[in-house]
Design a protein around this ligand. Structure first.
Ligand code: 0GY
Length: 291
C-alpha cells in the first residue's frame, strides 16, 4: 500500500528559533502504522505510516514539549491510533477526534479520558464526502457537555456558505479554523477574500485559528515568505486566539517535502516578539487544551 504523496522529511534541520519552554505543536497527526491501525476503507488518500514514537521524537528534536494530535480523514471515525498515541503521551498530548453520528456516550467518555478535547468537522471536498449540517449540530451539542471545542477545516471559497453555521456554533463553543481558512495567498494579504476571514474572527470572539501550513499555502515553495503576512496579521490582531502546528507528517504534499525545522523558523517572522510567541505557542494552547 504505497502512499499517495511525498514521504515526510527524514532529517529536518535543527531550527534556529528556539520555542519558549512548554511550547505546544497544536496540529500534527499519527498515521497507523497500518499493520496495527488500518486506514479507513473509504479514505480519499493513503498516507505514509507516521507512528507516535516518530512524532514524539520530532517533538523533542524541534524543542517542543507537547502535541495536539488531530484525527485526519484517512482514519475516518476510527480514532484508535489517536487514542493509542494520547495514552502513550500521558499529559504531554491532547487530541481532536472525528466522530461518527452514532458515537456512544461511553466512547466519548473514553476519548475524553485519553485526552481528546475537540472534534473536527471537515468540509474539504477532496478529503471527505459531505455531511449534513444537522449531524454536525447534533455532535456539537453532545461534545459541549464535555467542554470540547470544534475544529473546522475548509477552503476560502467555502467561507461564505459556512459563515452562518460557524457563527451559530461559536455562540456557545470555541471554534478553531484550520490553516487560516486556507486563503489564496496569491491574492494578497489585503484581499477581499482574506478580509472576509478576518471579519469572521472579528465578529465572533469564540473563533480561533491555526496560523499553520505555509507549506500548503505557499506559491513559492520551499520559500514561505508569501504566507508570512497572512499569519502575522492574524497573530497581531487576535493574539489570544491563535495556535501554531507543524502539520507533521504533511499528508497530501506533492509540491515539495517540507523541512520541519524550516517550518519552526517561520515562527519568529509571524510572531515577532517574545510576548506574541509565548501566547501563540504556550498560553493559548494550554488554555484551550489543558485547563
Ligand atoms: C491537514 C491537511 C490535510 C489533510 C487532512 O484530514 C485530513 O486528511 O486534514 C490536507 O490534505 O490538506 O491538516 O493535515
Amino acid at each position: 500500500m504505497d502512499p499517495d504523496y511525498l514521504p515526510f522529511h527524514a532529517s529536518p534541520k535543527k531550527p534556529d528559533f528556539q520555542p519558549p519552554a512548554g511550547a505546544v505543536d497544536a496540529h500534527c497527526h499519527v498515521f497507523g502504522p497500518a499493520a496495527e491501525f488500518p486506514y479507513h476503507p473509504k479514505r480519499k488518500y493513503t498516507p505514509c505510516d507516521a507512528s507516535k514514537s516518530q512524532l514524539f521524537a520530532l517533538r523533542d528534536y524541534l524543542g517542543f514539549e507537547r502535541n495536539v494530535i488531530v484525527q485526519a480523514s484517512c482514519h475516518g471515525t476510527d480514532n484508535a491510533a489517536l487514542e493509542d498515541a494520547l495514552i502513550a503521551a500521558g499529559d504531554l498530548a491532547r487530541g481532536v477526534a472525528v466522530l461518527s453520528p452514532d458515537v456512544t456516550d461511553a466512547e466519548l467518555q473514553r476519548l475524553h479520558a485519553a485526552g481528546v478535547r475537540g472534534t473536527r468537522f471537515n468540509f474539504v471536498k477532496r478529503l471527505v464526502d459531505s455531511t449534513p449540517r444537522e449531524v454536525f449540530y447534533a455532535l456539537a451539542e453532545r461534545v459541549k457537555a464535555l467542554g470540547w471545542h470544534i475544529v473546522v477545516y475548509f477552503e476560502a471559497p467555502d467561507l461564505e456558505d459556512l459563515r452562518p453555521f460557524l457563527a451559530d456554533l461559536a455562540q456557545e463553543q470555541v471554534v478553531v479554523v484550520d490553516h487560516m481558512g486556507r486563503p489564496d495567498v496569491g491574492l494578497g494579504v489585503d484581499s477581499a477574500e482574506f478580509d472576509a476571514f478576518v471579519q469572521l474572527m472579528t465578529d465572533n470572539p469564540n473563533i480561533w485559528t491555526k496560523v499553520s501550513c505555509p507549506e500548503r499555502l505557499t506559491q513559492t515553495a520551499p520559500d514561505y515568505s508569501d504566507v508570512v503576512p497572512f499569519a502575522k496579521r492574524l497573530v497581531e490582531q487576535f493574539s489570544d486566539r491563535v495556535l501554531w502546528g507543524t502539520d507533521w507528517p504533511h499528508p497530501n504534499m506533492k509540491s515539495h517535502t517540507p523541512d520541519d525545522g524550516a517550518l519552526v523558523d517561520v515562527i519568529p517572522q509571524i510572531a515577532t516578539t517574545p510576548e506574541l510567541q509565548q501566547a501563540l505557542l504556550v498560553d493559548n494552547p494550554m488554555r484551550l487544551y489543558w485547563d
